[in-house]
Design a binder for this molecule. Structure first.
Ligand code: ATP
Ligand code: MG
Length: 428
């Protein structure tokens, strides 16, 4: 079968045994976002290339080497979205959502970056994005952190992630800092790799974001941006840390945190874990007040973050809570012409009576033995048994597939009550 067509490198399938954990996690995310009054926005996966160049920045990893860009049949340059902030803002500007209004939004879906695929780093990956517009902060900055704090707790992984915070200040503050950073790196040219030498000319702050282990020492000795911040930026930052202190949310200030996109100002943060090797950033974001003007809107405030779902799922899988639940509660076994008919009828009654029941009905016939094998494989807790004997007695059998308990014969009504009592527990 050497000719089978395979998925594109770095783009993977989520198979049925993995989807229950995805769905349960997505459900929890929706509940947490709803608890803070955030609304979903759905956006196209493809945008004009120009949108990403203008927002993310020409001299960033994403725009320089990671975008899936192509010409469509009209000759327009289009790009598969590498992130969601630009598209979300584009949509809100286009539909006039930012006129004297504030918005709390989220979106969920695939992003595309042509990176070297490895654990936790893919070419198609799913992000949850959360964005808030029209609020100067710092209270909204803190709210975004509270949302994630609550989500980690609900997912049972609060002890596996830590919060890193920094402030990038304003454009003017960064300009002054940039000069001293350049003179520092110019004294250490021999320690810079090829990318960093290039960035020294174009975008020196990006050097701090290097993933090259050989450069960690020279980066560690660089001047700190925090020392260049003015009173307003510092007050903003301190107001966030004061809120976090007040609510007992631990954080570490990481003065090297600059993030891989150009549009951030003031607050930036990352939620990191040590459990996933080098791809340890699960969720990251920050404030981007100048981006709205940059995309043609009236000056306004914006802040947001994105969480990588594959990394989150990998983290959940390191816990026992992350064990996937089955998509099936009960499997209906039926043999004999009468029982086939009655079984189908009863299955519809069950679905009417117990809307949360996940019921699979045996299709395609087979002996009791082969049907029980399928019941077992389905992951169901119970087999509901209908043979012609049961039908003539107006009963159904209930067999425990996971526990050592004796099989029961019940009237249909009693079977409904039994299943009602025994299923429907939530997954996470
Ligand atoms: P990294 O430093 O790991 O490259 P990034 O700074 O490029 O991340 P963002 O653009 O801020 O990441 O994206 C936010 C989150 O999306 C990341 O923290 C991560 O969880 C996830 N993410 C980013 N790129 C990938 C990828 N190629 N594969 C899987 N998840 C990703
Ligand atoms: Mg990256």
């Amino acid at each position: 079968m050497a000719n089978n067509i395979q998925a594109i490198r770095g783009m993977h399938d989520v198979l049925p045994d993995q989807t229950p954990l995805w769905q349960a996690t997505e459900q929890t995310i929706r509940e947490v976002l709803a608890a803070y009054g955030y609304s979903e926005i759905r956006l196209p996966i493809v945008e004009k290339t120009e949108l990403f160049k203008r927002s993310i920045g020409e001299v960033t990893d994403i725009v320089e080497k990671e975008m899936y860009t192509f010409e469509d049949r009209n000759g327009d340059s289009l790009t598969l979205r590498p992130e969601g902030t630009a598209g979300c803002l584009r949509a809100c500007l286009e539909h006039g959502l930012l006129h004297n209004q504030s918005h709390r939004l989220w979106y969920y879906g695939p992003m595309y970056r042509h990176e070297r695929p490895q654990k936790g780093r893919y070419r198609q990956f799913i992000q949850l994005g959360v964005e808030a517009y029209g609020m100067a902060g710092p209270d909204i900055d803190a709210e975004l952190i509270l949302i994630m704090d609550r989500l980690w707790k609900k997912l049972g992984i609060r002890d596996k992630v830590t919060l890193q915070l920094n402030s990038l200040g304003t454009i003017d503050e960064r300009l002054v800092y940039r000069n001293s950073l350049v003179s520092y790196f110019e004294q250490h040219l021999d320690k810079l790799d090829e990318d960093s030498l290039r960035r020294l000319k174009t975008n020196p702050l990006r050097i701090l974001d290097t993933k090259n282990p050989a450069m960690q020492d020279v980066v560690a000795g660089a001047p700190e941006l925090m020392a260049y911040l003015g009173a307003e930026s510092l007050d903003h930052f301190r107001a966030i840390t004061a809120t976090l202190d007040d609510l007992g949310i631990a954080y570490a200030i990481n003065t090297r945190l600059v993030r891989g996109l150009d549009y951030y100002s003031k607050t930036v943060f990352e939620w990191v874990t040590t459990e996933l090797g080098s791809q340890g950033t699960v969720c990251a974001g920050g404030r981007y007040d100048t981006l709205i003007e940059q995309l043609g809107g009236k000056a306004n405030y914006g802040i947001g973050f994105a969480m990588g779902m594959e990394r989150l799922l990998a983290l959940l899988e390191t816990t026992t809570d992350g064990v996937a639940t089955s998509s099936v509660d009960a499997y209906l076994v039926r043999t004999g012409a009468m029982a086939e008919q009655e079984g189908l009828r009863f299955s519809e009654t069950l679905r009417n009576e117990i809307p949360s029941l996940k019921l699979q009905v045996n299709c395609g016939g087979g002996s009791f033995k082969s049907q029980f094998k399928k019941a077992d494989k389905s992951g169901a807790k119970f087999a509901i048994i209908l043979g012609d004997d049961e039908v003539s007695r107006a009963e159904v059998g209930i067999k425990f597939l996971r526990d050592e308990q004796e099989q029961q014969s019940l009237s249909q009504q009693a079977a409904i009550e039994f299943l009602q009592a025994h299923i429907g527990q939530k997954a996470i």
